[in-house]
Design a protein around this ligand. Sequence first.
Ligand SMILES: Nc1nc2c(ncn2[C@@H]2O[C@H](COP(=O)(O)OP(=O)(O)OP(=O)(O)O)[C@@H](O)[C@H]2O)c(=O)[nH]1
Length: 354
Amino acid sequence: MDVAEEIRRLEEEIRRTPYNKATEHHIGRLKAKLARLREEAEKQRRKKSGEAYAIKKEGDATVVLVGYPSVGKSTLLNALTGAKSEVADYAFTTLKPTPGMLEYKGAKIQIIDVPGVIEGASQGRGRGREILSAIRVADLIVIVADVFNVHTIDLVKKELYNAGFRLNEKKPEVYIKKTVTGGINVKTTVKLSLSEETIKSILREYKIHSGEVLIREDVTIDRLIDAILGNRVYVPAITVVNKIDLYPEAEIPKDAIPISAEKRINLDKLVEEIYRKLEFIRVYLKPPGGKVEEEPMILRRGAKVEDVCKRLHRDMVENFKYAKVWGKSVKFDGQRVGLDHVLEDGDIVTIYAK
Ligand SMILES: Nc1nc2c(ncn2[C@@H]2O[C@H](COP(=O)(O)OP(=O)(O)OP(=O)(O)O)[C@@H](O)[C@H]2O)c(=O)[nH]1
């Protein structure tokens, strides 16, 4: 049996098996096997096709518009940025991703439009591989549908899920340290729904027979597999339904924002949501012995001193000695910190280099 056929067989069996305490163990193994085969198939495909477009990230964050053809992605990109992406009323006018820049509250947000996601992209059909590699650069994904194609939201989400993207999901709090001997030792800080046997058999499916496993959430089978594979992309996402001007009564999922790119309806709300979801922080630089600079550097929540260095100069990380920080991220003002130090909004930073 070839890999594709085996994948289909496993999917079918998982669908048919009801989930309960008695079958949990079995389903766990099936899902682990399925994820492993999908990885294998993905590797083979990558060898064949090679990676497509290299997109140059610019600005303070990158937003990628994803959706079926003709829902209005190019129109939206133009409306948000003033960029000139080709618009036409037939499908697939977008041949290359076209970066444009949105400026809001001091942040420069790069917006990229990729060719319409087609069903089967995660299986490498159509231009799928190119699309998915473009989406990988996203700091935020905006799923675009239109009032006549609201159902495509779920199709896009499914494609992205199968391709390893996890939208608006936190990274699983599962930490695995492999050891050479000693068996699997599971430690947990919360009450788990999965049995220890299920957890162990899933680990064994990935050839982990010995190791320390620390679980800090009531993990599901799928999230446990995600943690083991470790290559999932956790990214925030927003959904919009476009062309609301043509059909104002359309039924819109409650977490989606209804907009009209052409008539500029609700775009201010969308921009605000994009800005909020990107979780920007402002960091002020103070050169050694100098005054605090007026213009902040715009970074994302979780940014480290290392990210500041990278923005300043490409050799800065290499020449870094230490930094001093004033503000919320330190215990006392002027505290010395290293590259790994996580900064907070409003911090003042001085970098000392060799
Ligand atoms: N009435 C209305 N029409 C719109 C709106 N947004 C886009 N359109 C029209 O929808 C058609 C498709 O728009 P595009 O922006 O090219 O769609 P796309 O998603 O980029 O399509 P591809 O390039 O094929 O992936 C064009 O005729 C647009 O003028 C809108 O808000 N309202």
